[in-house]
Design a protein around this ligand. Sequence first.
Ligand SMILES: Cc1ncc(COP(=O)(O)O)c(C=O)c1O
Length: 392
Amino acid sequence: MARGSLDWIDRELEALGAKGLRRALEPIGSPQGPEVEVGGRRLVNLCSNDYLALAADPRLRRAAAEAAEREGAGSGASRLVAGDLPVHGALERALAAHAGTEAALLFGSGYHANAGVPAALVGRDDAVFSDVLNHASILDGCLLSRAELVRYRHCDVEELADLLARTRARRKLVVTDAIFSMDGDAAPLRELADLCDRHGAMLYVDEAHAEGVLGPRGGGLAEALGVADRVDVHMGTLGKALGAAGAFVAGERRLVELLVTRARTFVFTTAPAPAASAAALAALGIVATEPERRARLAALVARMKAGLTRLGFDVARVAAPIFPVILGDEARAVAASQALRERGFYVRAIRPPTVPRGTSRLRVTLTAGHTDAQVDAFLAALEEVLPGVATG
Ligand SMILES: Cc1ncc(COP(=O)(O)O)c(C=O)c1O
């Protein structure tokens, strides 16, 4: 029975629809992979974050099933109450070894980690400096911290230097995506680390799209750039390249000890399900022993980059398997997505508020499971549909 007090929602949804901004769920009828079933059709999947093609790997599935048998389907409580299960500790030890840090702490998701960790590090007398293109979860975490929020222009180290020089905050936290989620470009981590050293600021790096993908050991962008030991807070996710679910913060033991007490999104939530943590643990083993997955992905990224450049897209700054195919207004992005789907490719349109107005796009992603032929066929299909969407 509809309640009158919610009538405003009809008008809100209508207004969103009129602006092309209404979002809708679309069930996927198969496990995650380079091809997925959508609406009864098999499509080449170019929009997952399953970068190492591990989400459906039999080893992860087996580890998840065994953990559910051994430790239960759910953890039943928060870590600090009665939910601290053996698999959580085992995964945290493996994550610390993977990140090369003293300790690591698990979170339910990357969103949880970013929403809760800043507030454990800074508060009212402090300032947090955040790249304008940082992920929404980082922005939310900064706002929740109640520290002064200072947003600097995308990757603009000079502006940040200026802002740091002028602040009178007690503690300073600089936070950045390693790889920006909608553009695929890399943060200037070495320059950011230099600035943090100069100004006594903490450096927080969200490696969500680089974890498992970049670096000789798959440790992320900071590892790739040789600055991992200059990052105070290494945040990584387990639901993207690692094929499972959850996230972690790795760093010094005292940092982790503080988070156990202070990070509200760690304290006040049920511990991750054993199956998810066990799958992530299995994935870490694969990241360590199968570097050829990263190499394969890098080769596919180079192929896509060359192809999109040929079609006139500016992807020179792309450093990861994420390509922004920027089409401008929402209608063009939606039309291109639809036309590609008719040709057998699944690429969702990304619109405001996820990306700035006027930069609606297809966010094209690759996984180690794709083939050269799939990349080439996609590029040919894109070339074919572009004239149609250009004219509206
Ligand atoms: C940069 C970045 N950080 C954090 C997250 C959130 O991670 P999760 O999906 O594990 O909540 C995402 C994407 O989802 C992301 O792109």
